[in-house]
Structures are given as structure tokens and as C-alpha cells.
Design a binder for this molecule. Structure first.
Ligand code: FAD
Length: 454
């Protein structure tokens, strides 16, 4: 029988973004927690590359952070981005606000976020974090972890009653669960990889592109994006095919890289002094969607974050979805109590799976939007018309992006269903609209009204 809940340390595997937030939630509920992490402590000097990589944090993520009262710590390291700025091949800019006036997503450094969460975790009593410990095997029926101390190579076992697998897209916890009967698993790669590059800061740490924006260079079947850093630089990410006439495979020399960037991203090349070195030294990352089921084992193991649902990054929702996992689990523990973990885990996966599946679809959908559709004037016109419909019928219409990003009360699956419905409506409406003013025409107004009251 399980030890009494109050004294039994809950084990969390993985001190990434979601694992650390989960630790804060679980200690807040009065549980001792033991967090294991394969990598060394990132806060120890000299262990990390100086390179900073940032992420977009939005309302679902903020809600997750707010639940443990840490938003102020994170806001200090975030930069609000109010709109998309699209750069065409001649360096001409177009703009698309993310939401209503004042609504923003935030660019935060992954490293600062992780360090801040680790500091907060470590300050809690009854919390143990052991770095440099890799889960190598998991005996699910016996509830035993097999760990390796990475530095010394020493291997040892640890028993547990409750284990949370937040060890990322290549989760070892999930790996053990996949070998069980009736475990579903799929992984799908895009034929695209990504490369992280740097847009340099200007004099005195100034920003050489609009600071409070997410920049996009949409180029049809590929794109580059850039998010601002506090030091004036931007992290740019090129999403590009692995193979083909224009691809990672086709750019083999510094001359080829310079020519390609000069041709297709002429406005930023002068701001990327390290382009060649970074292009050849930084790894090419792959992009994968991972789906699995179930996410739990009896009443003893639960997967959360990327371990349960890794998605492609085009909606900026992977971490946000993982933070939302923490909020949902915490609410279930409030509602169902902690007497029956089996029920909590079942309910969690049942509630969450349709939503993270929808999020996976949304992320793939947004890839096409970002690399291609945002370069189409008709698409941007459609977005402006949608904003007008939303302003006129606020109770009936909310743009899909706002449902996903700024509406944490709306589950992802509902957002996705409503978005598809709205897309179908726009497909009927747009043939009647050539310029923004057409929206005011009585026949268009009539049509909108009748569709929305159908
Ligand atoms: P991770 O952050 O991967 O953490 C897992 C941890 O487990 C790691 O510390 C790892 O070392 C540890 N671990 C792994 N295996 C073991 C083991 N065997 N033993 C012990 N420890 C182990 N999300 C957003 O919300 N917004 C964005 O803008 C965004 N941009 C992205 C851009 C890119 C290019 C990519 C690739 C992802 C992006 N994401 C974004 C997604 C986001 O990075 C992930 O969803 C998030 O990091 C998931 O957190 P996690 O804690 O579940 O996993």
C-alpha cells in the first residue's frame, strides 16, 4: 500500500520548463518532491553556451505561472510583442496585430525562464533536485527507477509511489510505457529543419528592428522568424527544407549561404555579422509531432508536457500547453482530492488528450499560415475583415489566433473547431470583398448578419 500522501516524496523526472513548474505546484500542495534531471545545473557558471534562445509565452502559460504566484519574476525577463511584422523580399514591411489593443505575446529567454523556475523551486522546503542523473530504465510494475549518475557512471535504483514523466519529447518514462500492451505511439517529422541565428544588437544595446514585435520573413515554402532579446539582439530561426533545390542540403559553402540570404532576406543580412559561422556551427534541429496514449500507468505514473504531446513550434504553444497541463492537474487535485491518484490521472489524460491533439493540428496549420499565407495581400485583407466582424459581433466572433493565444478559458479543441467553422465562413464571404471598404456594403453586411445567425 502507498505511504501516506503527506510524507511520500513525489518523483518528477525532468527539470525542464514544465517539470520545474509542476514541482512548484506539487510542493504548494504540501508534498515533498524529488526532481531528477539528466543535465548539470544550468545555473552553474560555464556550463551553458552563451547563446540565448527565446520562446513566445502567452496567456495559457501566464495562467500556469500565476497559479504558483511567479508571474512577476518572469515578466521582468519578458518583452511584449504586440504584432507580427512581415518582411518581404524587398524589405517592405506589413503589419498584423496579434489581438486587440494592448494584447501581446511575450518573448522570454528559455534559459532565464528555466533558471528563474529552478531558483524558485530550490527555495522551497521539502524539495530536492538532483542534477546529472539520467533515467535509463523504469520498472513500471515494481515502481523502481534505474538512474545513472552521469559524471561517475554509477548506477542505482530508486523506488517511488508516484512518478511524473516530464522528460521531454524523447521521454524515457514514455519509452518504458510504450513497451506495454495497447500503448499507442506515433512520431511524425516535417521535411523541414530549423537553424538558430543571431541578429546583432545595435549600439548601446538598441534594437535594430522593431523591438515589440515578432518578425517574419515568409517565403512560400520556407520562412525565417525573429524574436527580441533584452540585450538588443534578436534570435532568428530559419525553417527550411532538408532537401531540394533550396534547402539545407543545397547550401554547402559560406558563399552559397551569403548569396541565398542576400537574395531572399536582404534587409537583415547586414544585421547578421555571424551568419556564416552560425549557419555552419549551429546544429540543424528537426521538427516532430509526437502523439501517444495512454499517458498514465495505473495510479503511479503520469506524463505531462512534451513527453505526452510534443508539437511543432509554429503556434508558439508547446511550453504554454505544458504549463496548462500543470494548471489542469492542479484543478483536478482540488476537485477530486488526492485520495485516488488513479482517478486523477485517468481524468487528466481524458480531459487533456483531445485538446493537445487539437493543438498539434493547430501548430501544423499555422506553419502554412506563417510561411506562406501571411505574404498574401488577400489573406491580410481577410484578417482585417475578420477583425471588423469581431468588433461588430464580439459575442459571436473571435479570431482563431485570439482563441488559441489569448483565451485560456477556451480549450484548444474548442478553439480549433470554432476556427475551422470561421474559416469556412470567410471562404464564403471573401469572394464578395475586394477592398476593406467593401465590408460596409449593405449586401455584405446582410450576408455577415445572416451567416452569423444561421
Ligand atoms: P523539456 O523542456 O524538453 O524538458 C525536459 C527535461 O527532461 C530536460 O531538462 C531534459 O534534460 C530532461 N530529461 C530528458 N531525458 C531525461 C532522462 N532520461 N533522465 C533525466 N532527465 C531527462 N513553446 C512555446 O510555448 N512557445 C514557443 O515560442 C516555442 N518555441 C519553440 C521553438 C523551437 C525551435 C522548439 C524546438 C520548441 C519550441 N517550443 C515553444 C516548445 C517548447 O520548447 C517545449 O514545449 C517545452 O520545452 C516543453 O517543456 P518540457 O519541460 O515538457 O520538456
Amino acid at each position: 500500500a502507498a505511504a501516506p500522501a503527506a510524507t511520500e516524496p513525489l518523483v518528477i523526472m525532468g527539470a525542464g520548463l514544465v517539470g520545474t513548474l509542476l514541482a512548484l505546484y506539487l510542493t504548494r500542495r504540501g508534498h515533498p518532491v524529488h526532481l531528477y534531471e539528466r543535465l548539470p545545473d544550468p545555473r552553474k557558471a560555464g556550463l551553458r553556451e552563451a547563446r540565448s534562445i527565446n520562446l513566445a509565452l502567452s496567456d495559457r502559460g501566464w495562467r500556469g505561472l500565476a497559479g504558483v504566484g511567479v508571474t512577476d519574476d518572469i515578466r521582468k525577463v519578458g518583452i511584449p510583442m504586440y504584432r507580427r511584422v512581415m518582411h518581404d523580399q524587398r524589405g517592405q514591411l506589413t503589419y498584423q496585430p496579434y489581438g486587440q489593443e494592448g494584447q501581446a505575446i511575450f518573448s522570454v529567454s528559455r534559459d532565464s525562464l528555466n533558471r528563474t523556475l529552478l531558483d524558485l523551486v530550490e527555495a522551497k522546503p521539502d524539495m530536492e533536485i538532483t542534477f546529472g542523473q539520467k533515467l535509463t530504465q523504469l520498472d513500471l510494475p515494481a515502481r523502481r527507477l534505474h538512474l545513472r549518475d552521469v559524471a561517475s557512471g554509477r548506477e542505482y535504483d530508486v523506488p517511488y509511489q508516484r512518478l511524473f514523466g516530464v522528460d521531454g519529447a524523447w521521454s524515457a518514462v514514455r519509452g518504458a510505457m510504450q513497451r506495454l500492451d495497447r500503448a499507442d505511439y506515433s512520431q511524425q517529422y516535417l521535411e523541414y529543419g530549423y537553424k538558430e541565428l543571431t541578429i546583432a544588437a545595435g549600439p548601446n544595446g538598441t534594437w535594430q528592428l522593431e523591438k515589440n514585435a515578432l518578425h517574419i520573413w515568409p517565403r512560400g515554402n520556407y520562412l525565417m522568424i525573429a524574436l527580441p532579446n533584452l540585450d538588443g539582439s534578436f534570435n532568428a530561426t530559419l525553417f527550411f527544407p532538408y532537401e531540394g533545390s533550396l534547402s539545407f542540403d543545397s547550401l554547402r559553402t559560406p558563399e552559397e549561404v551569403e548569396k541565398f540570404f542576400g537574395d531572399v532576406f536582404p534587409d537583415v543580412v547586414p544585421l547578421m555579422p555571424e551568419l556564416d559561422t552560425e549557419f555552419f556551427n549551429h546544429p540543424t534541429g528537426s521538427l516532430v509531432t509526437i502523439r501517444c496514449w495512454p499517458w498514465s500507468y495505473q495510479d503511479s505514473v503520469l506524463l505531462l508536457g512534451d513527453a505526452a504531446h510534443a508539437i511543432v513550434p509554429f503556434y508558439g504553444q508547446g511550453m504554454n500547453a505544458g504549463f496548462e497541463d500543470c494548471t489542469v492537474l492542479d484543478r483536478l487535485l482540488d476537485d477530486l482530492g488526492e485520495g485516488d491518484w488513479g482517478r486523477v490521472m485517468d481524468e487528466f489524460e481524458r480531459l487533456r488528450k483531445p485538446n493537445t491533439d487539437a493543438m498539434a493540428e493547430l501548430a501544423l496549420y499555422n506553419f502554412v499560415e506563417m510561411r506562406d499565407r501571411v505574404a498574401d495581400p488577400r489573406f491580410l485583407l481577410q484578417k482585417r475583415i475578420e477583425a471588423k466582424i469581431a468588433a461588430q459581433y464580439p459575442a459571436k466572433w473571435l479570431p482563431l489566433y485570439s482563441r488559441v493565444t489569448f483565451s485560456p478559458d477556451t480549450p484548444y479543441a474548442e478553439a480549433w473547431a470554432a476556427g475551422q467553422k470561421q474559416d469556412a465562413i470567410m471562404a464564403r464571404l471573401m469572394p464578395h470583398i475586394q477592398v476593406e471598404e467593401d465590408f460596409e456594403k449593405p449586401e455584405v453586411q446582410e450576408m455577415v448578419k445572416s451567416i452569423l445567425t444561421e
